[in-house]
Design a protein. Structure first.
Length: 150
């Protein structure tokens, strides 16, 4: 996945994870547990890799450039932790072939991620991009490298 700036790269990653979650929910709903297990593992990998790129590269750069340490990035980290817990519950439901659990945890994760992504895409990313200025290409390269290293 290549793109011109980290905001576009991370937004494309949001969409890809949304699609993976949708596929997983459909597979579980159809009782295709082998496909659901495979999709759930891919989703977990990609969500955690995305979080790592943000938490290890983007958020520290944002905090350093803005001086804000307890603001938006703190909220994003808390939401990442909540998403990790929901993802664990979702995977447990998939591996337990619990269709109701997949429905419930999948819906909760979907809602959390939609709200979370909207905050990142409409507030955090534009602000981070503005503060990055001429260093945006370097920051983009670091984010992509971290995202794809996991």
């Amino acid at each position: 996945m290549t793109t011109s700036s980290f905001d576009k790269y991370l937004m494309a990653d949001h969409r890809a994870c949304d699609q993976q979650l949708g596929a997983l929910r459909k597979q579980a709903g159809a009782g295709d547990w082998a496909a659901a297990r495979s999709s759930s593992q891919a989703l977990q990998h990609d969500v955690l890799a995305h979080f790592a790129a943000e938490e290890d590269v983007l958020f520290p750069a944002f905090e350093a450039s803005t001086g804000m340490r307890g603001g938006p990035t703190q909220v994003m980290r808390m939401e990442h932790e909540e998403a990790r817990l929901l993802l664990e519950d979702l995977l447990a439901a998939v591996f337990g072939q619990d269709a109701d659990g997949v429905r419930g945890h999948g819906e909760a994760l979907l809602i959390l991620l939609q709200q979370h992504n909207m905050k990142e895409e409409n507030i955090l990313y534009p602000t981070a991009l503005a503060y990055a200025g001429s260093s945006a290409p370097e920051l983009t390269a670091q984010i992509i490298q971290r995202r794809e290293a996991v």
